[in-house]
Design a protein around this ligand. Structure first.
Ligand SMILES: Nc1ncnc2c1ncn2[C@@H]1O[C@H](COP(=O)(O)OP(=O)(O)OP(=O)(O)O)[C@@H](O)[C@H]1O
Length: 269
């Protein structure tokens, strides 16, 4: 049975444990091993990372370096084997499955490469969905404001098939933001888009970080996308191999610097 968030469980829990001035997400010595038959693959090998509030972090690394596992463990979709993970101050490893679902619905937003919109629902119905799942009645004005924020006020009644890829991703971003989550995890959000639509989506993510202090963690293979971030974290074999920060002058990390550092790491490993 799907119990709604309205039972007040998380409100009580986070009053006791949340640290509103601390990072939106923190990982301390997080480990995760996947098992496939007799094979064991160490996907996360003692990851320690903070994702400060109001920042955009890009997570990069070669295929198999642990990016998706990191996102899934941080979001409580997958269970880490060891270490500590806090989302908005909540110790996610201490939660049971139901509690973990409630945390995700209320504090975490997701954006996927393939948009994951419900094809039978209009844009406004897709945006309202997380509120409905949380047992809340979506206020039409709030849903309209969320669509306006992503530049789609005039597409509210359109279904996903009637929208371009970039527009679909912007609906997905409005949906991710509607619950005002502590963090949005975006897994290759521009992976299915052309370069113009990618730029629009990245500017939008940058804007929600700058204008409303949203925290965004984005996995990407694309140095041009990562250049929009405040910080680029490079993973190798489940470890943090390097971090590159936006300059003090506010300029993003140049895509060429990111690409060169990636190439250097790949050669080294
Ligand atoms: N469910 C699973 N069962 C077994 N091994 C897995 C599973 N999920 C991931 N792995 C392995 O764990 C390692 C890390 O995988 P992960 O998907 O996190 O990497 P990634 O950096 O996101 O890769 P990609 O860029 O290709 O998506 C890889 O070696 C992968 O094969």
């Amino acid at each position: 049975m799907c119990r709604p968030f309205a039972d007040g469980f998380l409100e009580g829990m986070t009053t006791a444990t949340s640290t509103p001035t601390g990072p939106a997400v923190s990982l301390l010595r997080v480990t995760k091993t996947h098992h496939a038959g007799a094979q064991r693959v160490t996907a996360l090998d003692g990851i320690t990372l903070d994702f400060p509030r109001g920042t955009l972090t890009a997570v990069m690394g070669a295929s198999g370096s642990g990016k998706s596992t990191l996102l899934q463990c941080a979001a409580g979709i997958d269970r880490a084997d060891g270490g500590e993970i806090r989302v908005d101050g909540v110790d996610v490893r201490a939660l049971d499955e139901h509690e973990s679902t409630l945390l995700r619905r209320s504090r975490v937003g997701f954006v996927f490469q393939s948009f994951n919109l419900v094809s039978a629902l209009t844009a406004e119905q897709n945006v309202a969905l997380p509120l409905r799942l949380a047992g809340r009645r979506p206020e039409p004005a709030r849903v309209a404001a969320a669509l306006a924020e992503v530049g789609l006020a005039d597409r509210a009644r359109h279904r996903p098939a009637e929208l371009s890829g970039g527009q679909r991703q912007r609906v997905a971003i409005a949906r991710a933001l509607i619950t005002r989550p502590a963090v949005v995890f975006a897994d290759e959000p521009t992976g299915a888009l052309d370069s113009k639509a990618s730029r629009d989506v990245l500017r939008l993510l940058r804007d929600v970080v700058d204008a409303r202090g949203q925290t965004v963690v984005m996995v990407t293979h694309d140095p041009t996308a990562a250049a929009f971030a405040d910080r680029v974290v490079l993973l190798t074999d489940g470890r943090v191999a390097d971090e590159i920060h936006r300059g003090a002058d506010g300029a993003g990390v140049p895509a060429e610097t990111i690409a060169a550092r990636m190439a250097w790491l790949e050669e080294l490993c």
